[in-house]
Design a protein around this ligand. Structure first.
Ligand code: COA
Ligand code: AMP
Length: 631
């Protein structure tokens, strides 16, 4: 059956479609029905099922005789090590870790924060939580202590599992002092912390609070898989919204299992025994869905890669990993390819490796620019598949479903809606617009299994952020259009979220940090176009009246402040001091116009602008940091 038939089949009988997909999951108690619309417009899937995620990702493969198959390959050019963990070993390790957590009081429903770099132990920690029905929340290593503290206070973990350090090419990331600092800052205190000591840096343990990863597992009884209800939260993953307070996206257990398992075959065209690699980080949704859960649920071998696309040691690293581990399906962010293309424009390093196992390259996380797609297709000689999704959905909203049908590729489009998603483009009044017309991209409710049912402890915020603007729809926050063939084009965000190197960041959160600087009276942050990272943040600072501070000094302090408060991941390196900000007569800052000036794009003078002369001042200020000037 081709894509059109499958999509049509889903549309004709959505519940039947997902009930059938649910047949691929091992249930403790099978669901009696698929959709639960009792609280519409809040929906759940497979509510009355009982199931365990870890069983489906680990134990069932061992039971099926695949205990000796590699489950995880850790390939770490930054430490110069490689390590294979079979499904059998993974089961033993996860059961032991879960047993130790349980012995210290972690139970079904308890939250556990995981703060770890790209080591297999990060996946083991996630799976150990899943084994117990504990709800994990993984925090990306590039966030500062303050961001970690915000998450601790929001989800109130009983335990935190962290590594002693992470390794960036230019430095060791000291996780432990960041963790200690975050716990000091947070109002909520975890009962205990588990520290995975890495040999690159052994951290000092706080007596009475911290336990050593290995020592605390000594002599414990391994834990069995604890069944949880279908709607039990599998995890919380915080993502950027409009304000400084991150949104705690909740992932429901049963829908997550069904949808990820479905997507591994339908989208990525892999199954039992295939090697799948998503070059992302466990701190992001791609890491959750396609480094940890998706490949393991489907019985694949997953690669945990601790390195960068360039510089570890060179722009051939990705190709080496693909060749050496016989990767069949590879997933990365366009930024990573742009970095490689910059270092190796003619793809010479690609020729050093045998990539004959590779079937397709998948891109997501940000807009895939045509140059990058063409470059990759030319040098890798496999289909390059752009697909579009979000932390909120957990899996592809739109893709070219390689396991169903390889549809014609239209460069610049992530292709078509996946079964489960009725994607529509709406005008301001919430009415669907015709093909080719730009509008807000929304998905008709209900969303499919695996997508967020709510935000952690913030149902009202969930309704307000996603459901209230266009009743009957989920608002994606992206704008774009659909062409006559049903292909989607994602053009921009409709909110203050920017995308830097595939990392989703909030300019609102950055503005809150800048506003906290004692000399800053007013500020704005915008995302300007960046050839490597897609977008890059730039700050505008208006200093307090009468301030006699050197502008360059204040800028430097703001850059440091951002690193301290949000973290290096914000990648905030540029700001300018200006006398005033361009605003509408009602006082709204004209960020969109500022972006256009920085990017040297044509723009229409906003009719409501208070004083057009300010725009020239903005242009001059931007020129001092190399923006707003053509060439
Ligand atoms: N822990 C701690 N710090 C981290 C980190 C982590 N896990 N990841 C990134 N950082 C730091 C970097 O060291 C850098 O710090 P610096 O300012 O001291 O140099 C900063 O955060 C910005 O990092 P990044 O945006 O990654 O830029 P970079 O210049 O180090 O690397 C690329 C550029 C293109 C190689 C890199 O951005 C990349 O690999 N991008 C792909 C991203 C990706 O896969 N995203 C997946 C989302 S699905
Ligand atoms: P995140 O939640 O971090 O995965 O970020 C999701 C956002 O990244 C989306 O809402 C889009 O703005 C952007 N995005 C993700 N994938 C794509 C894509 N293939 N094309 C364009 N934008 C994308």
């Amino acid at each position: 059956m081709g894509y059109a038939d499958i999509y049509g089949g889903w549309k004709a009988d959505p519940e039947g479609y997902w009930m059938q997909a649910a047949g691929a999951i091992d249930w403790v108690k099978a669901p009696s029905r698929a959709l639960n619309a009792d609280r519409a417009p809040l929906y759940e899937w497979f509510t009355d099922a009982e199931v365990n995620t870890c069983w489906n990702a680990v134990d069932r493969h061992v039971l099926a005789g695949r205990g000796k198959q590699p489950a995880i390959i850790h390939d770490s050019p930054v430490t110069g090590t490689k390590h294979v963990i079979t499904y059998g070993e993974l089961q033993t390790r996860v059961a032991s870790l879960a047993g130790a957590l349980r012995a210290k009081g972690v139970e079904k429903g308890d939250r556990v924060i995981i703060y770890m770099p790209m080591v297999p132990e990060a996946l083991e920690a996630m799976l150990a939580c899943a084994r117990l029905g504990a709800i994990h929340s993984v925090v990306f290593g590039g966030f500062a202590a303050n961001e970690l503290a915000v998450r601790i206070d929001d989800c109130k973990p009983k335990a935190i599992i962290a590594a002693s350090c992470g390794i960036e090419p230019n430095r060791v990331v000291h996780y432990k002092p960041l963790l200690d600092g975050a716990i000091d800052l947070a109002g909520h205190k975890p009962d205990f912390c588990v520290i995975f000591q890495r040999e690159q840096e052994v951290a000092r343990l706080v007596e009475g609070r911290d336990v050593d990863w290995h020592a605390f597992q000594f002599g414990v009884t391994p834990a069995e898989c604890v069944p949880v209800a279908g709607n039990h939260p599998a995890y919380i993953l915080y993502t950027s919204g409009t304000t400084g307070a991150p949104k705690g996206v909740v992932r429901p257990t049963a829908g997550h299992l069904v949808a990820l398992n479905w997507s591994m075959r339908a989208v990525y065209n892999v199954g039992v025994g295939d090697v799948f690699w998503a070059a992302s980080d466990v701190g992001w949704v791609v890491g959750h869905s396609y480094i940890c859960y998706g490949p393991l649920i489907a019985g694949c071998t997953t690669i945990v890669f601790e390195g960068k696309p360039v510089g570890t040691p060179d722009a051939g690293t990705f190709w080496r990993v693909i060749a050496e581990h016989k990767v069949r399906s590879f997933f990365t962010a366009p930024t990573a390819l742009r970095a490689i293309k910059r270092d190796d424009p003619n793809g010479e390093l690609i020729r050093d490796y045998d990539l004959s196992n590779l079937q397709a390259l998948f891109l997501a996380g940000e807009r895939a620019d045509p140059d990058t797609i063409h470059w990759a297709a030319r040098h890798l000689n496999v289909p390059v598949i752009d697909h579009w999704w979000q932390t909120e959905t957990g899996w592809a909203i739109a893709a070219n479903p390689m396991g169903i049908e390889h549809l014609p590729v239209k460069v610049g489009s992530p292709s078509v809606a996946m079964p489960g998603y009725d994607v529509q483009v709406l005008d301001e009044g919430g009415h669907p617009v015709g093909p080719g017309t730009l509008g807000a991209i929304a998905v008709k409710l209900p969303l499919p299994p695996g997508t967020l049912p709510t935000l952690w402890n913030a149902e009202e915020r969930f309704r307000k952020s996603y459901l209230s603007h266009f009743p009957g729809y989920y608002e994606t926050g992206d704008a774009g259009y659909i062409d006559e063939d049903g292909y989607l084009y994602i053009m921009a965000r409709t909110d203050d979220v920017i995308n830097v190197a595939g990392h989703r960041l909030s300019t609102g959160a950055m503005e809150e940090v800048l506003a906290g600087h004692r000399d800053v009276a007013e500020c704005a942050v915008i995302g300007v176009t960046d050839a490597l990272k897609g977008q890059s943040p730039v700050g505008f600072l208006c200093l307090n009246k009468g301030s006699n501070r050197e502008p360059a000094e204040v800028v430097k302090e703001c850059v440091t402040l951002m690193r301290e408060k949000i973290g290096p991941v914000a990648d905030f390196k540029r700001a300018v001091v200006v006398d005033r900000l361009p605003k509408t007569r009602s006082g709204k800052i004209l960020r969109g116009t500022m972006v256009k000036i920085a990017d040297c794009e044509e723009f229409k003078m906003p009719a409501t602008i208070d004083d057009p002369a300010i725009l020239e001042e903005i242009r001059e200020a931007l020129k001092t940091i190399g923006l707003a000037a053509k060439g």
